[in-house]
Design a protein around this ligand. Structure first.
Ligand code: ADP
Ligand code: ASP
Ligand code: MG
Length: 820
C-alpha cells in the first residue's frame, strides 16, 4: 500500500484534477493499492479564513466571497462531471455550502470568530475537494469514495493545531481500510476531537494526514505530489536556478521545512520517521520526474550543503542585562514562560557572556513575547538588572542545511563572506548543535538577494553571475555592449562567468529586467519598451532591485550619476566608470567615495579615467601598495594635444593644424576644451590623489597656452580668427625649441612637493616624450625603485574601443572579486 497526497495546486482546477485522475488511474491499472489524501483547492483555505474574518467584523461582503468559493467548486464540477451525473455532486456541494452559510451567518450576528469556528470553516475546503475528486474518479472508471478524515483521525481539542491520538486513530484507520476496496479519497488537514468537534492539524496539514495514514497502514512509501520537481536546493520562486535534489535525509528535510521550505510540512515526518517509511516528493505536472526521496540517509555525500531555506517574516526579541550573568535558571524561566504563553521560537542564540538571549518568533508573536517576558522578569526589570525587552521587526531567517556540513570547515565562512560582499548585515547567528544547519537573521529587504547569492556560491560554484547596470549608451557605452555581447560565450564557457545586463539607459529611456536584457539587440531595441530615464531614477531602481553581485557602469559624461556614487557604493554595489568627475572634483567627495567602497568591501574602479585603456592607475596603486614612493609623475595625458604637438612642424600654421584636427574629429567640438588644459589638469589631479596627495582641483596650475583673446572669443569661428593671429607666437616657440634640439609637448607634472602643473614645455631628445608620435599617451613614473630608469607606460590613450575594453576588464575584475 502506498499513500499519495495531492496538494492544493494539484487539485486547484478541473484541468489539474484531470491530471491527478490520470496518475491515479495508472496506479489502479497497475493493481497497486493506494490511499489518496487531498488538500482543499488552492487558495480556498485562505478564502475560508477571510470569509470568517469578514463575517466576524460585520462586513457584509463576506457573502460575495462565499459566492466566489461556491463558484470555484461548481465550475470544477461542471467541467469534470458529465451532465447526467452532475446533479448528485452539485446537490452535495450545495448542501455543504448551505451549512457553511449558516455558520457564517451565526458568526456575522455574534461578531465573534473562535478558533473552534475557524476550524469548522476551514474544514469545508477539504470536504468539498475530496468529494468532487472521488466522484470524478468513479466516473472515469476508478471506483473511489470520499473518506472524511474526521471519522478516523482523533485529536485533542486544541483548535487550529490539534494533537493526534495515535492509538485511537491508527486502529480506526486500519479498521476502515479493512472494510473497503474502493480507492479512498481522504480529506487532508482535518480531524475531530473525542467529543466529535471538527479540528485541524495546522496550516499545510494535509502532508501530516498523509503521514498519519501512511504510518497506520504500514505504507511502503508516501508520495507527496506537489507543483514543483520535488525538494529543490532552494525556493524556485525566489531563485530561478534552483534545482531538484535526488535524495535527502529525514533530518535534512525536517530542517528544510522548519526553515520555510513549504514543500513538506514539518510534523509530517514524525509518523513516517518512526516507521522508517520513505517519502517521495513528486510533481503532478511532471509525473515523469522520479521524485525526491526522503529517507533515513542523506545521500549525495559530496555536497556539503543540501538546501537553503528561509522564513521571510520574523521578529527578533532580545532579553539582556547584567542580571542574567551567571544566574542559573534564567533560560528555563524565559522559555518556560514563553511556552506557557503558546509562543513558539524559531531560533535562539545566546551570547557566551550570557549577557543577552535573543530569539526569533513569527512577527505576530513579538508583542505577546515582550509582554510575557516583562511579566516574568518584572522584579529584575524594576531593579534595573534586566533591560527593557527589545523587538526588531522586518527581518528574515535564512538557513543553510546539510548533514555533510559537519566536520567540513569553511562552509560557514563561505556563507558569511558571500553575505558580506553583498552588503548584507547579520543580526543574529545560530548553528544547530548537530551542525545540520547554520541560520542567520538578516534584514527582510536583503532576503531575495541573499538567497540568490548563496545559491550561486553553494550550488553553482562552477558558474557565477554578475548583474550589470549600464548607464549611458553613447559611443563608449554602446561599444562596451558590443564587446560584452561578443565575449559572452567565451566568458561563460571558459571563465564560468555570466554577464547579466539587468538595467540599461541612455538619456531618454531606461529599462530593467532581472533575468537579463537581450543585448544581442541594437540599443534602440533594447530600450524600446523603456520608461523615461534619469540618472537618479536609474540608480533608485537599481538599489531597489537589490540584486546580488551588482555592478554599476557609468558611461555618461555628465555629473548627474556621479553625485550618487557614494550612495551606490554604500548600498554595496561596485562601480566602474570612465567618467572622471567623481575623482577630479572636490577632495572631500573623492575621499568619501573611496571610504564608502572600503566600508562596504566593494570595488570602485576607474582605470579608464587616465590614458583610456592603458594601465596607469592600477600600476600606480600597485607601486604605492608595495611600499614604493612616487617621486615624480610626468604625462602626456591628452591624445588630442599629443597629436597636435607631435604633428606641429616647420612650415605648418598652428591654426590650420587645429582646424584640420577638428575636422577629422580629433578634438572636442570646441577645441578650447582640449587646448585650455582642463582635461589634462583633471587627469594629473587624479594621479596625484592616487599617489597619496590630498589635493583640490585648484591646486593644479594650468599655464595657459592660448592667448586670452582666443579664450574670450564668443564662438568657435571667432576662436579660429583669434588663433590665426597667434600663429606666429606658436611658430616662434616651436622654432626656438627646434634650434635647441627640443620639441614642444603639453606636459602634466606632479613633483615631489606635490605641486601639479600643466604647461607647454620644450623637451630634449633624451626625454621619453621627445619621440612620441600620433596621438599616443605616455606616463612616466619616477619612484624610489624606478629612479634611474623611470617606469614608462605608453600607448593609444583615447578611442571608444580601448576605453570600453578598459571598462570591460574592470567588470570582469569585479566579477572575480565578488564571486571568489
Ligand atoms: P502544495 O499545495 O502541493 O502543498 P505548497 O505550496 O504547500 O504545495 O508547497 C510547494 C511550494 O513550495 C512550491 O511551489 C515552492 O514554491 C515552495 N518551495 C519553497 N521552498 C522549496 C524548496 N526548497 N523546494 C521546492 N519547493 C519549495
Ligand atoms: N488546505 C490546508 C492549507 O491550506 C492544508 C494543506 O493544504 O495542506 O493549509
Ligand atoms: Mg503544502
Amino acid at each position: 500500500m502506498k499513500v499519495l497526497k495531492f496538494g492544493g495546486t494539484s487539485v486547484g482546477s478541473a484541468k489539474n484534477i484531470q491530471q491527478v485522475a490520470n496518475i491515479l488511474s495508472d496506479y489502479q491499472q497497475s493493481g497497486q493499492r493506494v490511499a489518496v489524501v487531498v488538500s482543499a483547492m488552492s487558495g480556498i483555505t485562505n478564502k475560508l479564513i477571510e470569509v470568517g474574518n469578514r463575517a466576524a467584523s460585520g462586513d457584509e461582503t463576506y457573502k460575495s466571497l462565499l459566492k466566489d468559493i461556491e463558484s470555484t467548486h461548481l465550475t470544477a464540477i461542471r467541467e469534470l462531471i458529465e451532465v447526467r451525473r452532475q446533479s448528485k455532486t452539485i446537490a452535495f456541494v450545495k448542501l455543504q455550502l448551505n451549512d457553511l452559510e449558516d455558520i457564517l451567518r451565526g458568526i456575522f450576528l455574534l461578531k465573534e470568530l473562535s478558533l473552534r469556528s475557524l476550524d469548522i470553516l476551514q474544514s469545508f475546503g477539504e470536504r468539498l475537494s475530496s468529494y468532487i475528486i472521488a466522484e470524478f474518479l468513479t466516473q472515469e472508471g476508478v471506483p473511489a469514495e470520499q473518506l472524511d478524515a474526521r471519522k478516523v483521525v482523533r485529536t485533542n481539542s486544541v483548535f487550529g493545531g490539534a494533537k493526534v491520538d495515535f492509538v485511537t486513530t491508527n486502529s480506526a484507520i486500519t479498521k476502515h481500510f479493512a472494510e473497503t476496496d474502493k480507492m479512498q479519497i481522504v480529506t487532508g488537514f482535518i480531524a475531530s476531537s473525542e467529543s466529535g468537534e471538527t479540528t485541524t492539524l495546522g496550516r499545510g496539514g494535509s502532508d501530516y494526514t498523509a503521514a498519519i495514514f501512511g504510518a497506520a497502514l504500514n505504507a511502503t512509501e508516501i508520495e507527496i505530489w506537489t507543483d514543483v520537481d520535488g525538494v529543490m536546493t532552494t525556493d524556485p520562486r525566489v531563485v530561478p536556478t534552483a534545482f531538484s535534489l535526488q535524495q535527502l535525509s529525514y533530518e535534512e528535510a525536517m530542517e528544510m521545512s522548519h526553515f520555510g521550505a513549504k514543500v513538506i510540512y514539518p510534523p509530517t515526518l514524525q509518523p513516517a520517521i518512526k516507521k522508517n517509511i520513505d517519502l517521495r516528493i513528486r510533481n503532478t505536472f511532471n509525473p515523469s520526474f522520479p521524485g525526491t526521496l526522503v529517507t533515513s540517509k542523506s545521500g549525495q555525500e559530496d555536497w556539503p550543503v543540501k538546501g537553503i531555506s528561509s522564513i521571510k517574516e520574523i521578529a527578533l526579541v532580545t532579553l539582556s542585562g547584567s542580571g542574567l550573568i551567571g544566574v542559573p535558571g534564567v533560560s528555563s524561566r524565559l522559555f518556560g514562560a514563553l511556552a506557557r504563553g503558546g509562543v513558539s521560537m524559531i531560533l535562539i542564540t545566546q551570547a557566551s557572556s550570557e549577557h543577552t538571549i535573543t530569539f526569533a518568533v513569527a512577527p505576530g508573536d513579538a508583542t505577546e513575547s515582550k509582554k510575557i517576558i516583562e511579566e516574568e522578569f518584572f522584579n529584575e526589570m524594576a531593579s534595573g538588572k534586566v533591560n527593557p525587552v527589545e523587538v526588531q521587526n522586518n527581518l528574515s531567517i535564512l538557513a543553510i542545511i546539510g548533514e555533510n556540513m559537519a566536520h567540513r570547515p569553511g562552509v560557514a565562512a563561505k556563507l558569511f563572506s558571500a553575505l558580506g560582499k553583498n552588503g548584507v548585515n547579520i543580526a543574529a547567528i545560530a548553528q544547530g548543535s548537530s551542525e545540520l544547519n547554520v541560520s542567520v537573521v538578516i534584514e527582510q529587504k536583503h532576503l531575495h538577494k541573499s538567497l540568490n547569492a548563496l545559491h550561486e556560491i553553494f550550488f553553482l560554484s562552477d558558474m557565477a553571475e554578475l548583474n550589470v547596470f549600464m548607464l549611458g549608451l553613447g559611443l563608449i557605452g554602446n561599444t562596451l555592449l558590443t564587446q560584452m555581447r561578443d565575449q559572452a560565450e567565451y566568458l561563460l564557457t571558459e571563465r564560468n562567468l555570466r554577464l547579466n545586463v539587468v538595467g540599461a539607459a541612455n538619456s531618454k529611456k531606461m529599462i530593467f529586467n532581472e533575468t537579463g536584457l537581450d543585448i544581442s539587440l541594437p540599443k534602440d531595441e533594447i530600450l524600446a519598451e523603456g520608461e523615461t530615464s534619469s540618472a537618479a531614477g536609474f540608480v533608485e531602481k537599481m538599489i531597489e532591485m537589490n540584486l546580488p553581485n551588482s555592478v554599476f557602469v557609468d558611461c555618461t559624461a555628465g555629473d548627474s550619476a556621479v553625485k550618487l556614487y557614494e550612495k551606490i557604493l554604500l548600498n554595496s554595489i561596485s562601480i566602474t566608470t570612465p567618467n572622471k568627475i567623481a575623482n577630479s572634483s572636490s577632495l572631500d567627495y573623492y575621499l568619501r567615495c573611496q571610504a564608502a567602497a572600503k566600508r562596504r568591501g566593494v570595488k570602485f574602479l576607474y582605470e579608464t579615467n587616465v590614458g583610456a585603456g592603458l594601465p596607469v592607475i592600477g600600476p600606480l596603486q600597485d607601486l604605492k601598495r608595495s611600499g614604493d614612493k612616487i617621486i615624480k609623475i610626468e604625462g602626456i595625458l591628452s591624445g588630442t594635444l599629443s597629436y597636435l604637438f607631435n604633428t606641429f612642424s616647420a612650415g605648418m600654421k598652428f591654426s590650420e593644424l587645429v582646424k584640420d584636427a577638428k575636422e577629422m574629429g580629433y578634438t572636442e567640438p570646441d577645441p578650447r576644451d582640449d587646448l585650455g588644459g582642463v582635461d589634462v589638469a583633471r587627469k594629473i589631479l587624479i594621479l596625484a590623489r592616487e599617489a597619496g596627495y590630498h589635493m583640490e582641483p585648484s591646486d593644479v596650475t594650468v599655464k595657459p597656452i592660448l592667448p586670452q583673446a582666443c579664450m574670450d572669443a564668443e564662438s568657435v569661428d571667432d576662436f579660429f580668427v583669434e588663433l590665426e593671429k597667434a600663429n606666429d607666437l606658436f611658430e616662434k616657440q616651436r622654432a626656438e625649441a627646434e634650434i635647441d634640439g627640443k620639441a614642444l609637448r603639453m606636459v602634466a607634472t606632479l613633483d615631489e612637493e606635490g605641486k601639479a602643473t600643466v604647461s607647454l614645455e620644450a623637451v630634449d631628445n633624451s626625454h621619453p616624450f621627445h619621440g612620441l608620435v600620433g596621438s599616443d599617451n605616455m606616463v612616466v613614473f619616477t619612484s624610489r625603485r624606478y629612479f634611474n630608469e623611470p617606469l614608462v607606460i605608453r600607448g593609444p590613450g583615447a578611442g571608444a574601443e580601448v576605453t570600453a575594453a578598459g571598462v570591460f576588464a574592470e567588470i570582469i575584475t569585479i566579477g572575480n572579486f565578488l564571486i571568489n
